[in-house]
Design a protein around this ligand. Structure first.
Ligand code: ADP
Ligand code: MG
Length: 597
C-alpha cells in the first residue's frame, strides 16, 4: 500500500489547536488581557460588542512588538516568554505556550496595530483565518491594539453554539474581573456596546475589590497576611456573616495567576468551621506568593490548574492564616450600626455540638399554600384542573399527558398522611403505598402554578408601602438588570441604582421577609451556577422560582400541609417528575408488598 500519512498544513493545525484554546469569546478576552499584562502595560482597555461575537478589542500601552515580531507572533509556539525547557520551571509571565495568537487568528478576522517605544512608525496587520491580508506601516501610539472580529466565522458549528450576548458578556466580565483583581496596580477600562462599564484606577487590592463589588464591600473585608519560609499570603476574606450561597467571589491567585483549587478552597472552608452555616460558602480574594520552581502550571492549556510541590503544608498554612485573621476580627469586632440586617445569616456554632440533628423550628400554623388573600387558586383542585386545560402545554407535559394524567377520583387517595424523616409524605391508595418527596412535590406544584400565571399574565403584585432596599454587588446588579423584564413579569418590580435595588412591589406569593432570600436564590440560578434546561424564558424563570420558593426537605409539615401537597400534586399535569425531571414519588403496590413477605 502507498504511504498515506501526511503532515497537516499549519493553518489546519492551528484551527484544530484553536478549539482547545478558544472555547468562547471570553477565552479570547483572557488571552489578550494576559498578553497586555505580560507586555508591562499600565493601562489596558477592553472593548466588547455584542457579547464579543462582533468585536473583542484590547488596547494596551505596553512594550509593543517589532515589525518582524508582529508577523511571527501568529505562528504556533511563537513566544518571547520562554526559550528553553528550564524556563518552564521559573515562569513569571501569564503566557508561555505561544498558542493564543496563532489560535485566535485562525478562527477570526484579526487586526493588530503595534508600536515599540523607540520607533517612528508602528505596524498594522490584517489577518483572516491565518491568511495575511495586509501588512503596512502606520502612525500609531506606543503599545498594542488588537481587534478580533467575527469569531468562529469559519467554524459555523462553533458559532451557533455560542450563548446569548448577555451570557457571553457575563463570561467576559468574569475574565475581566480575574485580571483586574490579580493586577490592581494596572488601570483597566471596559466598554460594552459603546458604554463605559468600568473605569478602574491603579490602586491597592482592597480598593480594587471595592471598585469592582461596590462601596459597601469595604465593611465586609478582613485582611489576611502571613509570611512563612515557603509561602506568602496576602489578601482578604469576607467576614463570616457575609457568606453566601453562591461561589461567585472566590479567588485564589498564585504568583498573580488565577487558579482553581478545590483542595485549597477546602482549607478556607475549614478555617470558617462553625462560623458559617454549612449551606453557605465564604468569599475570598487571596494571593499566594511562592517560588515558581515549587509549582507546575503546565498542567492544562487554559492554565487555571496548578500543581504544588508541597500541597499539604500550603493547605495547613492557609487554613491557620485565615483562621487567625477571622479570630482577630472576632475579638475586636468593628461596631457597625448601619449594617443591613437582611444580610445577616444565623451563626451555626451555637448548634455545633448537635449539628447532626438540627431541628428546624417550624411554625405549625403556617400553611405555605394559603395566603390571607386566598389568591393561590391552585389549591382548589377542581378549578385548577379546569384552568389547566386551557394552559399552554410544554413538550414535556404533552408526552406525559398520555401516560400519566392522574384522575383524582380514581386515585382514591386516603385522607390521612404522615411525614417520615421530615422529608417524605406517606400516603396510601387502594392498597398500595405512596412515598412522596415533599420538596420535589412542592416544586412541581409551584412550577405549574408559576408557568401558568406567567403564560397567562396573571401574576398579581402588591405595591409596597415602604419600598425595600437591598444591597448587591455590581456583578449581581448586572444580572438583575439583564433579567429585569422577566422579574417584573413575575411580579417583582424594582429600580436599580449604583449599589442596590429598591423593590417597589412584590408578588402575592412572597412575603417581605422572604424577598432577600428569594432574590439571592434567583440570582444564584440566573448566574448560571447550576445549568437549568429550559425551552422558554417563562419556563426558565418558573423553574428557578419553584426551586427557590418551595418548602425544603427537613421541614416539619402539619397534617394540613401534607394533605395539601398530596392533593395539589395529583392535580398537576405531571405528578411523577419535578421540574428538573427527578422522581417525585414511588409507589409500592399491594402485590409488591405481599411479595416482600
Ligand atoms: P504567549 O503569550 O504564550 O507567548 P501568544 O500567542 O499569546 O503567546 O503571544 C505570542 C507573542 O506575541 C508573545 O510571546 C509576545 O511576545 C507577543 N505579544 C502578544 N501580545 C502582545 C502585546 N499585547 N504586547 C506585546 N507583545 C505581545
Ligand atoms: Mg499569550
Amino acid at each position: 500500500m502507498n504511504d498515506i500519512i501526511k503532515i497537516l498544513p499549519e493553518s489546519v493545525a492551528n484551527q484544530i489547536a484553536a478549539g482547545e484554546v478558544v472555547q468562547r469569546p471570553s477565552s479570547v478576552v483572557k488571552e489578550l488581557l494576559e498578553n497586555a499584562v505580560d507586555a508591562k502595560s499600565s493601562t489596558i482597555t477592553l472593548i466588547i460588542k455584542d457579547g464579543g461575537k462582533t468585536l473583542i478589542q484590547v488596547k494596551d500601552n505596553g512594550i509593543g512588538m517589532s515589525k518582524n515580531d508582529a508577523i511571527i507572533c501568529f505562528n504556533r509556539h511563537a513566544t518571547s516568554k520562554i526559550s528553553n525547557a528550564n524556563d518552564l520551571f521559573k515562569i513569571s509571565s501569564k503566557g508561555f505556550r505561544g498558542e493564543a495568537l496563532a489560535s485566535i487568528s485562525a478562527i477570526s478576522h484579526l487586526r493588530l496595530i503595534t508600536k515599540q517605544d523607540n520607533f517612528e512608525l508602528g505596524t498594522d496587520i490584517i489577518i483572516h483565518g491565518n491568511e495575511i491580508k495586509s501588512n503596512r506601516s502606520i502612525v500609531s501610539e506606543i503599545g498594542t491594539d488588537i481587534y478580533v472580529k467575527n469569531l468562529f466565522y469559519n467554524i459555523p458549528a462553533r458559532r451557533s453554539f455560542l450563548k446569548s450576548d448577555n451570557i457571553e458578556l457575563k463570561h467576559i466580565i468574569r475574565e475581566f474581573f480575574i485580571i483586574a483583581l490579580s493586577h490592581p496596580e494596572i488601570n483597566f477600562k471596559l466598554f460594552n456596546n459603546n458604554k463605559e462599564e468600568y473605569n478602574l484606577k491603579a490602586v491597592s487590592l482592597k480598593k480594587r475589590i471595592i471598585d469592582l463589588y461596590g462601596p459597601k464591600t469595604a465593611d465586609k473585608l478582613v485582611p489576611v497576611n502571613e509570611e512563612t519560609e515557603i509561602l506568602k499570603i496576602n489578601g482578604f476574606v469576607f467576614k463570616p456573616e457575609f457568606a453566601k450561597k453562591t461561589r461567585g467571589e472566590q479567588f485564589f491567585f498564585v504568583n498573580n495567576r488565577y487558579i482553581k483549587s478545590s483542595y485549597l478552597n477546602h482549607a478556607i472552608i475549614n478555617s470558617f468551621d462553625g462560623l458559617i452555616d454549612t449551606k453557605y460558602v465564604p468569599s475570598y480574594f487571596l494571593n499566594l506568593t511562592l517560588d515558581p520552581s515549587k509549582i507546575d502550571i503546565n498542567v492544562h492549556p487554559t492554565k487555571t490548574e496548578i500543581k504544588f510541590e508541597d500541597e499539604q503544608s500550603i493547605y495547613a498554612i492557609l487554613r491557620s492564616a485565615v483562621k487567625h485573621s477571622i479570630g482577630q476580627f472576632n475579638i475586636s469586632p468593628v461596631l457597625d450600626f448601619d449594617r443591613d440586617k437582611s444580610l445577616d445569616i444565623p451563626y451555626n456554632y451555637v448548634n455545633k455540638n448537635n449539628s447532626d440533628s438540627i431541628d428546624l423550628e417550624v411554625d405549625t400554623n403556617y400553611n405555605p399554600f394559603i395566603d390571607s388573600n386566598n389568591t393561590n387558586k391552585y389549591l382548589k383542585i377542581n378549578s385548577f384542573k379546569d384552568e389547566l386545560d386551557s394552559m399552554e402545554f410544554s413538550s414535556e407535559s404533552n408526552e406525559l399527558n398520555e401516560i400519566n394524567f392522574r384522575d383524582l377520583e380514581n386515585q382514591n387517595l386516603v385522607n390521612s398522611t404522615f411525614q417520615l424523616n421530615k422529608k417524605y409524605i406517606i400516603n396510601r391508595t387502594k392498597g398500595s403505598l405512596i412515598i412522596i418527596n415533599q420538596e420535589r412535590a412542592h416544586q412541581r406544584i409551584l412550577y405549574e402554578s408559576y408557568l401558568k400565571s406567567i403564560t397567562l399574565n396573571k401574576i398579581t403584585s402588591q405595591k409596597l408601602l415602604h419600598p425595600i432596599e437591598i444591597e448587591f454587588t455590581k456583578p449581581e446588579l448586572q444580572i438583575l438588570k439583564v433579567n429585569k423584564k422577566i422579574l417584573t413579569q413575575i411580579g417583582i418590580d424594582f429600580t436599580i441604582s449604583e449599589n442596590q435595588i429598591k423593590i417597589l412591589s412584590l408578588p402575592a406569593y412572597v412575603t417581605e421577609n422572604e424577598i432577600k432570600n428569594s432574590i439571592d436564590n434567583i440570582l444564584f440560578h440566573l448566574g448560571g451556577n447550576i445549568p437549568i434546561e429550559s425551552y422558554s424564558d417563562s419556563d426558565f424563570i418558573s423553574k428557578i422560582l419553584s426551586k427557590s420558593m418551595s418548602i425544603k426537605n427537613g421541614m416539619s409539615l402539619d397534617k394540613n400541609q401534607q394533605l395539601n401537597i398530596v392533593n395539589s400534586l395529583f392535580a398537576c399535569k405531571e405528578s411523577r417528575l419535578c421540574p428538573s425531571k427527578k422522581k417525585i414519588y414511588i409507589e409500592i403496590s399491594k402485590t409488591e408488598i405481599d411479595n416482600m413477605f
